[in-house]
Write a protein that binds this ligand. Structure first.
Ligand code: ATP
Ligand code: MG
Length: 574
């Protein structure tokens, strides 16, 4: 392939909206071109990258017996009503909806559990036809609140989504393990550094899920992990050993103390010397939305610890939770912000507490009266007994739940997610097969996603330098470029052409850079584009000498033309 025939337009500057390296470099390299927020054109070189990654995905999934299909993007509302997800996705605002000419509601698929379940249900009647595993690689549409970071969080993006259908839980366990193994091979082959973490199941639902994370500073997810035990979890899901706090001692009588203007845990610590945060219980008010109602809920947490809002939403089975506004707090508690607490809390405000407070005595809490706090409060004696939940945000430095060693923190980019769904969708949608006894039972399902456009961007995030992209060879648009520094010169054309043919014959995915540009510009352009191996044919062509560059680490050397093929193969690890 000649680069002169490929539409390549590198830019001098980063686009103004690019915040992270992969977005800057992919835009500057002309790999992606924005058409609207979170909506991009994949230029020819980018499309080669995506196709290479998609091919790795296909090969590894096919090896596990999965079938590639192509499902419709445009889907009827009724299908989403049948699973119970229409309201949630529309309330979230994530769903692109449209009406057809007859006025029927449709949507652009943000994910395909419904369509796939309906499809398999129509095809599979008997346990004898199971297991089934189907996948597709296709555009998904999500009207993300904050589309950003280029391909990382698009509103139209490419996903591989797979769905497994089994007769029972052990079948699902086996299907899940196969997919997990395939995912590990996919990300290893792709050349990214990744880790598998326990994850929250989110809006997709079901029990048990893991995320594949590419470790990078720009990652939107926080991960806690322990090298000693191998424990790793998304912070949304993570648990840790409970940090120690001083004991409260035998219950003492409650005292109410004037604390004018003292509102935060830090201010209380200063106001009451000796009452460290671990002896306090803070009460945070949340506005909670369920399918049919909204309410303000009070949530208690030990003063030195934090609330995990994902765990809170799960514990309440809520669609959404957010901090209550000042007005909502005053309306619910009768006090100004900073004085909420379990003592005297109106009965109509539900009271939850984290398990870290269970059994603790003589707490310092708010009492819903502006300018006052209470000391020596004992839950259940001086106020309602809250309903106990596990709501604590695990933090770096706290003990690993398995080894007790301090947890470490890293940032990650979610490139894949695997779920054990169970019968959530099949039951809701009435998708059943006949079991051995001739009885209809719901399919036991798993679902599995990979960000096909996000993963190459994540790979760039892990592999770049001040000159540009350094593609991992497995997904590079070309593995090697042979560039003639002066394409007008016959001896350069001749040698470059010969080297290019030799590389092609040796199975290298090479391209020929015959573009008319100055040598300096050509070096720079190829550095930015990031081909793993670069061969420059210049003034020494007549002597049979070329410049050889391994892009990773910018390792430059001279090379005899006769050695080029062997050196390229060695550089590519073949
Ligand atoms: P996130 O938490 O990043 O919003 P998600 O959990 O909603 O992602 P899934 O529904 O699990 O995503 O989708 C499967 C995969 O698709 C994700 O692991 C991710 O790699 C990719 N993906 C999800 N949303 C986007 C997006 N807006 N742009 C690009 N890729 C995405
Ligand atoms: Mg996910």
């Amino acid at each position: 392939m000649r680069l002169s025939q490929i539409l390549i337009s590198t830019l001098r500057d980063d686009p103004a909206d690019a915040e992270i390296p992969s977005h800057k470099l992919l835009a500057r390299g002309g790999y992606i071109v924005k058409i609207a927020a979170g909506v991009y054109t994949f230029a020819p070189l980018m499309w080669r990258v995506v196709k290479k990654f998609a091919q790795i995905v296909r090969e590894e999934l096919d090896r596990e017996g999965a079938n590639e299909v192509m499902l419709p993007i445009v889907q009827p509302k009724e299908l989403w009503v049948s699973s119970g997800r229409w309201d949630r996705y529309v309330t979230d605002g994530i769903m692109f909806t449209l009406k057809d000419r007859k006025g029927s509601d449709m949507c652009l698929g943000p994910t395909h559990e419904e369509v796939m379940t309906a499809y398999v249900n129509a095809q599979v009647n008997s346990y004898k036809q199971l297991p089934v595993n189907c996948y597709q690689i296709q555009d998904k549409f999500r009207d993300e609140i904050r589309p950003r970071f280029g391909l990382m969080r698009g509103r139209e993006f490419i996903m591989m989504d797979a769905y497994s259908f089994d007769a029972d839980q052990s079948g699902l366990d086996a299907a899940y393990q196969k997919m997990r193994n395939a995912y590990c091979r996919i990300f290893e082959r792709c050349g990214v550094k990744y880790t598998v973490v326990q994850a929250d199941s989110g809006a997709i639902g079901g029990a048990g899920s893991e995320e594949f994370m590419v470790i990078a500073d720009s990652g939107e997810d926080a991960i806690l992990y322990c090298e000693a035990s191998g424990y790793a979890a998304n912070v949304e899901k993570a648990v840790s050993r409970l940090p120690e706090a001083p004991a409260g001692g035998e219950p003492r009588p409650l005292q109410k103390i004037a604390t004018p203007g003292v509102k935060t845990v830090a201010q209380l610590e200063a106001f009451f010397p000796g009452w460290v945060a671990g002896r306090m219980a803070k009460t945070v008010l949340y506005h909670v939305t369920w399918k049919n109602k909204e309410k303000v809920v009070a949530v208690m947490m030990r003063g030195d610890l934090e609330i995990n809002e994902v765990k809170l939403a799960n514990a309440l089975d809520a669609l959404k939770v957010r901090l209550a506004t000042d007005e909502e707090i005053t309306a619910a508690t009768g006090a100004e912000v900073g004085f909420a607490g379990p003592v005297g809390l109106p009965e109509d405000v539900p009271l939850l507490a984290d398990e870290s407070l269970q059994g603790r005595t003589n707490l310092l809490v708010g009492c819903n009266q502006t300018g006052y706090h209470c000391l020596d409060v004992n839950l259940g004696r001086d106020c309602r007994m809250p309903s106990w939940k596990e709501l604590r945000l695990a933090r770096a430095g706290e003990g690993c739940p398995l080894s007790g060693q301090p947890l470490q923190q890293a940032r990650g980019i979610e490139v894949g997610h695997i779920f054990k769904l169970g019968i959530k969708y099949s039951k809701a949608m009435g998708a059943t097969f006949m079991d051995q006894g001739g009885k209809p039972v719901p399919f036991v399902m798993g679902c599995y996603g990979i960000g096909v456009s996000r993963t190459p961007a994540a790979a760039v995030e892990q592999s770049f330098d001040d000159k540009g992209i350094v593609w991992p060879p497995a997904i590079a648009p070309f593995e090697c470029v042979v560039a003639m520094l002066d394409p007008a010169r016959a001896e350069q054309q001749e040698l470059a052409g010969r080297l290019y043919q030799g590389l092609k014959a040796a199975g290298v995915d090479a391209c020929l850079d015959d573009r008319a540009m100055s040598p300096g510009a050509k070096f720079k352009d190829n550095e930015l584009l990031g081909f793993p191996v670069q061969v420059f044919v210049g003034r020494k062509a007549a002597e049979g000498q070329v410049e050889f560059l391994i892009r990773k680490g910018m390792q430059k050397s001279e090379c005899a033309a006769g050695e080029v093929v062997a050196r390229v193969l060695a550089a590519l690890g073949r």
